[in-house]
Structures are given as structure tokens and as C-alpha cells.
Write a protein that binds this ligand. Structure first.
Ligand SMILES: [Zn+2]
Ligand SMILES: [Zn+2]
Length: 877
């Protein structure tokens, strides 16, 4: 972007005696001081006895530069971490680098820099930017996933999963991005295109791949979503839809041989007389297995629909070029719809194969079709079509004039009719009764589903089944810059896992990156050729690397014990810190990262490594940073660089603006004027505080006046209202924008009364209380300025460890009354209570007054006369 002229913060009528706010001077000075104290933000050990608080922002990919979205994400986490330190928690606030991945290889091609060098240089640059922002990370726990001390544990986990059958190899159709020249997980295909290359259409290829059996945990991943009430509902919904469980049954239909007349006697419909002989299995015959959630409607099935990629389709169309051609068209239509990400909008098309299959319940032969809306990767790639009781089947049957058989009847008359006596089709309700369904006629739908599933199971042509949309996690990548998969192929022994004591399988430091297809590591003989650990003969290493989502699936556990060289982490340490109390990141990770890491946690629990079922207690997804109504992107030319903002206005103003401009869960439209405004505000704070400092220091040792004067009272009220707002927002919805606005109001009131304050209208102790608390409140949002003022005020506790001030409800109350307090009828003090407060609060407030406390000391209270809002009288002896 074109860098605006640095607009100087408008210095308000500064006199010679008032130093001007200069973030360019203050911030680097403090940054150097903080850098020299590596323990400043260090978490204490689990033995500290303090309650722990683990706050975490998602670790970035080291692209080389922070963007404003990062700044916003980290400013939220940093405000929370600082606040929780002041609340007395043992805070863990680490940062690291998701450092494997494709961009490093692309950069290597472009700039001829080895991926490792490029990545490590980027990390250095971004770490510097984070430090410049004043973020409170415990850098002693920094994790870099591309280094062997981290990725060796990916390999270790892989071996553990392989031992347990959770990592396996199979031939599979894979999503292939021609741009990336690699396989993509289903989750990495967005609207049919690559998640990194929004314009590149993903192709399908057949390859041997490694998979993690995440589907073993599908039920639990789904069920435990109910426990995650600290997560945004939208994220839970996205995960539910992604896992997408449906209960139903698998049923086998027997294919009628091509040369056999489908009207042969044995296939006569005998719908009301199911006998064992008729159900004699025909093992020599082809079967089509369908998955259905409505087996109760199977008597109404009038055709079968196969996915264009179903293996039998190729067989059926071998000698039928016309059919072959039509199937290709259907497949093309399906792919286009998939690419658009909108299967629902696909116009239903299909073709009859000319072949038939026998419905095992009716013994009736029904036609087999191929349809463009049936997907090979969902269920079995085959469905039964029941046009009378399914919307989609009805649409298809209408179009191709297929038979309709009504087999489900509403429980109540008229309910299933259009009003003119004609049946309403399709009738899809399950609260209904079966009709024309042989021995099952008259049963309720749900009861029929149970009985018919059992019947199918008893007769060997079906069984109950649960289907998930969630598929096993394909983790093989034909890439260089990733974790090597620790497996070896031996001609004699087959697949041989790398022995644990030979880990890590080191990624060669520097290889020639080319654009040739296949795994780059396969072209590195020193890597690929290996001695078989079993027979000692020549063998070949697996040359694919792991999906980088493996790295981020468990990184947050490593932060608790980052230097451990014997295990990925210490189980007891993890037990202290986990689950993460607050995780903060973009909603774009709702599916990939957040399902994988939940799976990884459950897998580690089953290995006995962790005790928690879920990694994250509370999740917060911040909104995007946009400019001129669009997401910042190089192609739109609307990128605002954090460095430019810091150079012009300072880190405090930049991060504070990121919190001020919108509630953190909403999108934020970046306006440079707004940053300038925050900078002017901080400069007002600075000027006010610096002028007040001699009196603030004097006021520290003095007690607050027992009765506030008319200038002090509204200022103290505003202070306690602001404290209350911040306390409640940090505990609740995190609307830091309103917190900062409240601090601004307080500062406005202070500066409006500046002359009166300067001429002694406010006691030094009051000025001390207000200024000190102002700095404590600002610390979460503007750490540099706060540190500077804290030091100028001569405070000796570290600011981060200063206790968060409790607000006083009575002082914060909008309308207050002054109530005389008597002892034995004699006026001893006047206390302030909120208007409308009850006798109990009045008495408590009176008892806390220092003068009354002194007067009551050693006396016995005989009676208390309470006239709420008017008077308290302690009768003592
Ligand atoms: Zn791609
Ligand atoms: Zn061998």
C-alpha cells in the first residue's frame, strides 16, 4: 500500500515542562528492557500452587511478515494474558511456528533459497515483529515444527498409530492439485478448488496413500461436541455437519445376470409370502449394496441408482459405448457441481443401464440406473430409489417416468392428502404406518426399521450401519518440506516401521527443488536408499511426507514441556495445564485444525499420554480485518502493514486500535484515522499522568478522604464504573472496544477538570488512586505506555504482577446518597451509598468507615437503628 505520511500525534498545548508522548522513544527502550528479562513472561511450574490459566493464540505460518489479522488475534490474547496475570493466575502464554508447508518450496523455486533457510529467516523476522508489538510470550517455550526436535515426535506418534492400526496404507482416489503437485485432504478442497489456489480445479487421481483412522473416533468426536459449551455454536455446527452421522442399514440387491430374463419365474414378485427358499443366497451373483436410512420404505423401491464411478457401472457399460458416453457426461456434471460446492443445485440426470437387481424383500427385479447425484464417496455409492417417500427420488422419477409405489401411510386421515383425496407425494414423514409391505404392513415406521433390519441380518442380505461423511485422514503428501513418514519398504519383509531408537528420520537439509511430479525425496538417493532394519538388505524409505496439519494437531501440548527429549511431553505437566482455558484464532480453522486436534487428543488419551478428552475448554474466533469492505489481500492492493502503522503511531496505538475499532468477534474495517485518534488519546493520557506524577507519588502514602468532595466524587465514580466494565468484559463477552471507550470517558472527565485538579481541588490520594488504576487498566491494551508511567510513578512491583483492582459497587453507583452515621445518637461520620440501597448495605458501608470502625472498637453493639437512605445509629455500650 502507499504509505501515508506519518501524521504526528497532535500534541495538546504542551508546555515546556510537559514532555511529549513519543512512542518511538518509549517503546524501543522498553522492548530492550523486556528482551533482557527472559523470565518476564515465564509460566511458573505446576508446583507454584497457583491456579493455572492457559491462553493461546493459534500459531502462525512463518510467511515472513505479520499481517493485521495476526495483530488483532495476538492483541486479543495478549490483553487476556495480562489481565489474568493481574488476577493472580499462573499464566501460560506461548508462541511458535507452523513451519512446514508448501510456500517454503515455492519460495525456493522462485528465489533459489533452501526452504529451511527461507523459513528460519522468516521466523526471525516475525519474532522481531511480535516483540516490537510488546506481546507477552514466554519465548523460552517457542516451538518450531520444522526442526527435528519437534517433528521426531510426529514420527513417534505415527509409529504408535501404526502399531494400533490407526495409521494404514491403501490405494485411493485422491484430490490432486496440479498447482501444488500434491494430494489434498477433502478438507483442503474448497468449492472444488485448492484451498491455497482458489482458481485451480482439483483433479482426482489413484494413489497409494497413508491414512489416519479418524473415523474410529467419529462417534466420540460428534458426541463430545455437546460438552464444548465454551465454543462458538457456529463452530460446533460446522463440525457436526462435517462429521454428519446417519444411522440406517446396508441392504444387498442381487444383480440379475445379463442373459437371464428378469421375468423368469424365480423373480416373480411374492411380496406377501416371503419364504426361506426364495431368500436362498446366490453367492455367485454380483451384489449391489445400498445404504439407506429408510429401510422401512424398501417395498416402495422402484429402481437402484449407482454413482457414475461405481465399479459395476464400468462393467455394465463395457460393450455399450452409448452408455459409456452417457456415464462420462454424468460424471462430468457431478464434478462440475462438486467444484462449485453446490451438489443441491445439480439438475438431476441419469441413464438406465438396461440391467436389473432383485429387491431381497419383494423378490422383485427393479431397473438399475446411473445418476449424477449419487456420490461414490458417500455411503456405498449406491442408493435405492423410493419416489413415493423421498424428495430427490420423486424429482428423478417424475423426470424419467419411473414407477411410484406408496408404502407408507399417514397415521391420521387427510394428513397425507392434497385435500382433494389424492395422496400427497412424496410423503416423507416417519411418524406413519407401513402399507403394502408384506409381513411388515401395519407397523409404525420406526418399529419397522428395527424389525426389517433384523430380518435382513437374519437372512444374510443386510445389517444395521452408521455412515459418516467424515472420512479417514489422508496424510501422505508428495512434498519435500514436511515430516518424513517413518516407514521402510523391503522386498523381503514388506512394510517395516523405522525402529523407535532410529528416530528422527531426518529430512535432508537442502535438496534441489524442481517442479517435477512425485515426491522430491524419491530423487534423493541418500535419503531413499536404506538398509532394512529387519533383514539388513537393501530397502527403500517412504518418500512422502506428512500433511502439515499433523504438526498443529498436538503442538500446544509440547509448549508445556518444550525441551523434553525422552517423550513428546510429560504427562503430569500436561495434566496441570490442560485443557487450554482459552484458544483464540480464525474461524477458518473450525474444520481442519480443530477436528484433527480433537482426534489427536483422544488418540493420545487412549495411548495413556493425556488424561483430558478434549484439548480446548473455550474457543474464541475473532473477526477478519478488512479494508474498504474487502479482506486485505495483495491482489486487491488494500494491505495495511503493521510495520508502517508502528512506525507512524507506535505499537500501543496500533494494537489498541485493533481492539477498539470493533468487538473482537466482528469484522474490523481498518481506518488509519482511527489509529491516529488512538495515538492522540494515548498522548493525552501521557500528558495528564506526567503532570500529575509528583502529586501521585505524594498521594500514595495518604489515606483516601473519608468524604469525597463534589469534584472527587464523580471522578471516583467514573473510575469504579470503568473498573467494573473492564472486569465484567474480561469475564464475559470481551467487548474490549467498550472497555477502551470507557477508559476514554474517564480520561475525558479528568482532562475536563484539569485546572481544578491542578489547583488542588482533588486530594493527592484521590489523584493517586485514579492515575494508578488508569495505568493498571491500560496495561492490557497499551503495555509500553503503561510500563513507562508505572515506572515514572515510582511503583516497585512489576506491573504485570500488580493486583487487578477490585471495583467498589457503592462508589460506582450512578446516584449516591450521603448518610450520616451516629454512635449513641452522636454524628461520627458520613458515608456514601447508592441511592435505593437497602439497610444491610448501609450498615456494612458504615461499619467499614475507618472512623466508625475506630469508634466501635471494643464496644458491644446493642442495637442498630437503620433508616435506609437517611440515617444509621449504632447503640453501643
Ligand atoms: Zn494448490
Ligand atoms: Zn528386509
Amino acid at each position: 500500500m502507499s504509505k501515508n505520511e506519518p501524521s504526528q500525534p497532535a500534541a495538546p498545548a504542551a508546555t515546556d515542562r510537559t514532555p511529549r508522548y513519543s512512542p518511538a522513544e518509549i517503546e524501543p527502550r522498553w522492548q530492550a528492557l523486556w528482551d533482557a528479562q527472559p523470565d518476564l513472561y515465564a509460566a511458573e511450574p505446576p508446583t507454584s500452587g497457583k491456579q493455572k490459566y492457559y491462553v493461546l493464540e493459534m500459531l502462525p505460518y512463518p510467511s515472513g511478515q505479520l499481517h493485521m489479522g495476526h495483530v488483532r488475534n495476538y492483541a486479543i490474547g495478549d490483553a487476556l494474558a495480562r489481565h489474568m496475570w493481574m488476577r493472580g493466575y499462573n499464566v501460560l502464554h506461548p508462541m511458535g511456528w507452523d513451519a512446514f508447508g508448501l510456500p517454503a518450496e515455492n519460495a525456493a523455486l522462485k528465489n533459489n533459497t533452501p526452504p529451511r533457510d527461507w523459513t528460519l529467516a522468516n521466523i526471525t523476522a516475525m519474532r522481531g515483529q511480535m516483540k516490537r508489538l510488546g506481546l507477552s510470550y514466554d519465548w523460552q517455550r517457542e516451538i518450531t515444527t520444522c526442526l527435528p526436535d519437534y517433528y521426531r515426535w510426529n514420527q513417534w506418534f505415527f509409529l504408535k498409530m501404526y502399531e494400533r492400526g490407526l495409521a494404514y496404507r491403501k490405494n485411493s482416489k485422491v484430490n490432486w492439485c496440479p498447482q501444488c503437485a500434491t494430494v489434498l485432504a477433502n478438507e483442503q478442497v474448497v468449492n472444488g478448488c485448492c484451498w491455497r489456489h482458489e482458481e485451480t480445479i482439483v483433479e482426482q487421481r489413484e494413489l497409494e496413500q497413508w491414512f489416519f483412522r479418524i473415523t474410529n473416533y467419529a462417534d466420540e468426536l460428534l458426541r463430545d461436541l455437546d460438552k464444548l459449551d465454551g465454543w462458538p455454536e457456529k463452530v460446533r455446527t460446522m463440525q457436526r455437519n462435517w462429521i454428519d452421522r446417519s444411522e440406517g442399514a446396508l441392504v444387498d440387491f442381487t444383480v440379475v445376470p445379463k442373459d437371464e430374463d428378469r421375468r423368469a419365474d424365480r423373480f416373480d414378485p411374492v411380496t406377501l409370502n416371503l419364504t426361506e427358499t426364495l431368500l436362498e443366497p446366490a453367492p455367485d451373483r454380483e451384489k449391489i449394496t445400498v445404504f439407506t436410512t429408510r429401510i422401512d420404505t424398501i417395498y416402495g423401491a422402484t429402481s437402484l441408482q449407482l454413482a457414475p464411478e461405481h465399479p459395476l457401472v464400468a462393467q455394465f457399460s463395457t460393450d455399450t459405448p452409448e452408455l459409456k458416453k452417457k456415464v462420462r457426461e454424468l460424471l462430468e456434471e457431478q464434478r462440475t457441481a462438486k467444484e462449485k460446492g453446490d451438489m443441491a443445485a445439480l439438475g438431476k440426470e441419469g441413464v438406465a443401464t438396461g440391467r436389473f437387481a432383485v429387491n431381497p424383500f419383494t423378490q422383485e427385479a427393479i431397473p438399475i440406473w446411473v445418476a449424477n447425484y449419487v456420490l461414490m464417496d458417500y455411503g456405498t455409492g449406491a442408493v435405492m430409489s423410493v419416489p413415493a417417500h423421498d424428495e430427490r427420488d420423486y424429482e428423478f422419477a417424475k423426470k424419467f417416468d419411473l414407477e411410484l409405489k406408496i408404502v407408507v401411510l399417514p397415521r391420521h386421515a387427510n394428513e397425507g392428502e392434497k385435500g382433494n383425496g389424492e395422496p400427497l407425494v412424496p410423503y416423507t414423514h416417519e411418524d406413519s404406518l407401513l402399507l403394502n409391505s408384506g409381513p411388515f404392513t401395519g407397523l409404525g415406521c420406526q418399529e419397522a426399521q428395527k424389525q426389517m433390519t433384523v430380518f435382513a441380518e437374519q437372512h444374510g442380505f443386510g445389517k444395521a450401519s452408521t455412515t459418516f461423511r467424515l472420512k479417514d485422514w489422508g496424510v501422505s503428501r508428495q512434498r519435500y518440506w514436511g515430516t518424513p513418514i517413518p516407514m521402510i519398504y523391503c522386498d523381503k519383509d514388506g512394510l517395516v516401521p523405522v525402529p523407535e531408537d532410529q528416530l528422527p528420520v531426518l529430512l535432508p537439509d537442502s535438496i534441489a527443488i524442481t517442479q517435477e511430479g512425485g515426491s522430491p525425496l524419491s530423487r534423493v538417493p541418500e535419503f531413499a536408499q536404506v538398509t532394512c532394519p529387519k533383514c539388513g538388505g537393501m530397502a527403500r524409505r517412504e518418500t512422502d511426507t506428512m500433511d502439515t496439519f499433523v504438526d498443529s494437531s498436538w503442538y500446544f501440548y509440547r509448549y508445556t514441556d518444550p525441551k523434553n527429549s525422552r517423550a513428546p511431553f510429560d504427562t503430569d505437566t500436561v495434566a496441570y495445564w490442560f485443557p487450554i482455558d482459552q484458544y483464540i484464532g480464525g474461524v477458518e480453522h473450525a474444520i481442519l485444525h480443530l477436528i484433527y486436534s480433537r482426534f489427536w487428543t483422544k488418540m493420545m488419551r487412549d495411548l495413556g499420554l493425556v488424561k483430558n478428552d478434549e484439548p480446548v475448554e473455550r474457543l474464541f474466533t475473532q473477526g477478519m480485518v478488512i479494508k474498504n469492505g474487502a479482506k486485505m489481500s495483495k491482489s486487491k492492493g488494500n494491505v495495511v502493514s503493521p510495520d508502517d502503522m508502528i512506525a507512524s503511531y507506535g505499537a500501543d496505538a496500533t494494537r489498541m486500535y485493533a481492539l477498539f475499532a470493533a468487538p473482537p468477534d466482528r469484522d474490523l474495517d481498518w481506518q488509519e484515522d482511527g489509529v491516529a485518534g488512538i495515538s492522540r488519546f494515548l498522548s493525552r493520557v501521557y500528558r495528564f499522568a506526567m503532570q500529575a506524577i509528583p502529586r501521585v507519588i505524594a498521594g500514595r502514602a495518604q489515606p483516601l478522604p473519608s468524604t469525597l468532595n463534589p469534584l472527587e466524587r464523580p471522578l471516583m465514580r467514573k473510575l469504579h464504573q470503568t473498573l467494573r466494565r473492564l472486569t465484567q468484559e474480561f469475564d464475559g463477552r470481551w467487548h474490549f472496544n467498550t472497555c477502551i471507550a470507557a477508559i476514554m470517558e474517564l480520561v475525558n472527565e479528568l482532562t475536563a477538570d484539569e485546572k481544578a485538579i491542578a489547583s488542588g481541588g482533588v486530594a493527592d490520594s484521590v489523584l493517586y488512586a485514579i492515575t494508578r488504576n488508569l495505568v493498571l487498566m491500560l496495561q492490557a491494551f497499551a503495555p509500553y505506555l503503561s510500563a513507562e508511567l508505572w515506572q515514572q510513578m515510582g511503583e516497585d512491583t512489576p506491573l504485570l504482577r500488580a493486583a487487578w483492582p477490585a471495583y467498589d459497587e457503592a462508589l460506582a453507583a450512578e446516584h449516591v446518597l450521603e448518610v450520616p452515621v451516629q454512635i449513641n445518637g452522636k454524628l461520627r461520620a458520613v458515608v456514601t451509598v447508592p441511592a435505593g440501597s437497602d439497610g444491610e448495605l448501609l450498615r456494612a458501608t458504615a461499619e467499614q468507615d475507618p472512623k466508625i470502625q475506630a469508634a466501635l472498637a471494643g464496644k458491644e453493639i446493642v442495637k442498630v437503628v437503620l433508616l435506609p437512605g437517611k440515617l444509621v445509629n449504632f447503640v453501643v455500650r
